[in-house]
Design a protein around this ligand. Structure first.
Ligand SMILES: Cc1ncc(COP(=O)(O)O)c(C=O)c1O
Length: 393
C-alpha cells in the first residue's frame, strides 16, 4: 500500500481548485505553481526587450532546454525538436511521411481520435489504406498486445502508428517489442508518446523507433504548449514543420526552432518542471501515483459492482486506470455523466469508450489522495442509475 517514508510534494504545490477532486491529470496535465512562476519569469524577460530575447537569446536557450530534455528522454539531442503539442507532432510526421498508392498504415483501435483523423486524411490523399488492429481489453499480457498489433502487418505496411500509453484505456503498449519487430521487417514506426514522458521511464535511443512524439505538459507538468518530436537520423532531412519560416532550408532543427513569432515560455519552463520531479524523485513519484491510481480505481469499481469482472485488467498500466461502468453508454450519455460528476459533485474525470464498453478513466498525480476516489465512487453510485438508463451505445 502507500508508504509515507519522506514527504513528497502534495496539492499545496499546485494551483488547482481545492474544492474539486481533479482526477484527469492525464487529460491536460497541471503545472505546479513553481513551474508557472518560472514560465512567468521567462515571459517577463521576453517582454522587457522582445528583440534581444527572441532574436539573440532564444536560439541558445532552446539549445539548452533541448539538451536537458534529450538527456531526460535518453534521446540523441540532434533528433529533438519542439512542437506545441502531441497533435502537432503527430501531424508533422504523418504529413511528411512518404506514402504511395497501395501502401498500408497500421494503427490500433486505441489510437487517439485526432491522430486517427490525421491518418485517414493522409492515406486518402496518398491512395493508401489504413488498417486498424483490434487490441482487446483487458489486455492479457505484453506479448498478447504485441501479437495483436504485429499480426496485422502485411507486405504493404510502410508505417505503424502505435501509442506508448493509450488515451482511451491507459494501456501501456509494449512498444519495445513492436519497434524491434518492425525494424527487422523494415517498417517505420511512429510512437505516440503523448502520455509517456514522466509517466514512464522513457529511453528513446534504446527504443529505436523512427519517430517518437511526446507532451511535456502532461506527466512532466510543464506548462501547456510544450511537446517534443524526435526523429531518427535517416528522417531528419525529410521532416519539416507544418509552418515554414526563415530556417526551413537551413536544416532540421533550425526549421523547427522558429516557425514565426510565438510565446516560447512553456518550452523554456520545461527544466523547472523536470527539476521539481527530480527533487521529489521520479521513481518514488511513479510508484506512488501508480499505486494510488490502482487502489482508487479498484475502490470505485467495487462500489459500482464492476470490479470482479475487471480485476485482471489492472496490469500494463501506469498512474491511469479504468473504472468499468456497469453498461455501455452512447457518447452523449457519457458527456452527461461527465457533466453531472463535475457540476453536482466536483469530480473531474473523462468517460472513455473502447470495444463496445464504457469506462471512467482515473489518473493519479501527487495532488490526489484516496479521498478523491472515494468522492468519485459516491458520485458514480449516485449518478449511475439516472445516466445508465439512457440509450445504450
Ligand atoms: C495518445 C494521445 N495522443 C495525442 C494526444 C493529443 O495531445 P495534445 O492535445 O496535447 O495535442 C493525446 C491527448 O490526450 C493522447 O492521449
Amino acid at each position: 500500500m502507500l508508504t509515507a517514508e519522506a514527504r513528497l510534494p502534495d496539492a499545496s504545490a499546485w494551483t488547482l481548485d481545492p474544492c474539486l477532486a481533479y482526477l484527469n491529470h492525464g487529460g491536460f496535465g497541471a503545472a505546479p505553481a513553481c513551474v508557472l512562476a518560472d514560465q512567468e519569469a521567462w515571459r517577463t524577460a521576453m517582454e522587457r526587450e522582445p528583440m534581444t530575447f527572441l532574436v539573440r537569446r532564444l536560439p541558445e536557450l532552446l539549445e539548452s532546454v533541448r539538451t536537458e530534455v534529450a538527456t531526460f528522454l535518453h534521446a540523441d539531442p540532434d533528433g529533438v525538436v519542439f512542437v506545441d503539442n502531441a497533435t502537432a507532432g503527430m501531424q508533422t510526421v504523418i504529413t511528411g511521411f512518404p506514402l504511395g498508392a497501395g501502401d498500408e498504415v497500421l494503427t490500433t483501435d486505441h489510437c487517439y481520435p485526432a491522430v486517427l483523423e490525421q491518418l485517414r486524411l493522409a492515406v486518402r490523399a496518398a491512395g493508401a489504406q489504413l488498417r486498424t488492429a483490434p487490441v482487446p481489453l483487458p489486455a492479457a499480457s505484453r506479448a498478447a498486445v504485441a501479437d495483436a498489433v504485429l499480426s496485422e502487418l502485411s507486405a504493404r505496411t510502410r508505417l505503424v502508428v502505435v501509442d506508448h500509453v493509450a488515451s482511451c484505456s491507459g494501456l501501456v503498449f509494449p512498444v519495445e517489442e513492436i519497434v524491434d519487430h518492425c525494424r527487422r521487417r523494415g517498417v517505420a514506426v511512429l510512437v505516440d508518446g503523448a502520455h509517456a514522458a514522466g509517466l514512464l521511464p522513457v529511453d528513446v535511443s534504446q527504443l529505436g523507433a523512427d519517430f517518437w512524439v511526446g507532451n511535456m505538459h502532461k506527466w512532466v507538468c510543464a506548462p501547456k504548449a510544450s511537446a517534443v518530436l524526435y526523429a531518427a537520423g535517416q528522417w531528419r532531412e525529410k521532416l519539416r514543420p507544418l509552418v515554414a519560416s526563415h530556417g526551413v532550408s537551413l536544416g532540421y532543427q533550425q526549421a523547427f526552432d522558429w516557425t514565426g513569432t510565438r510565446d516560447p515560455s512553456a518550452i523554456l519552463a520545461i527544466p523547472a518542471a523536470l527539476g521539481f520531479f527530480r527533487q521529489a524523485g521520479w521513481s518514488r513519484v511513479r510508484q506512488r501515483n501508480n499505486e494510488l491510481a490502482s487502489h482508487g480505481a479498484k475502490l470505485a469499481a467495487e462500489r459500482l459492482g464492476t470490479w470482479a469482472e475487471w480485476a485482471d485488467g489492472d496490469g500494463l498500466a501506469a498512474a491511469m486506470r479504468l473504472v468499468p461502468l456497469p453498461a455501455p453508454l452512447a457518447a452523449p450519455a457519457g458527456w452527461e455523466l461527465e457533466r453531472r460528476l463535475a457540476d453536482d459533485h466536483g469530480v473531474i474525470v473523462p468517460v472513455t469508450h473502447h470495444g463496445g464498453r464504457s469506462w471512467v478513466r482515473v489518473s493519479a498525480q501527487l495532488y490526489n489522495t484516496l479521498a478523491d476516489y472515494e468522492r468519485l465512487a459516491d458520485a458514480l453510485v449516485t449518478q449511475w442509475p439516472a445516466v445508465g438508463c439512457q440509450p445504450k451505445a
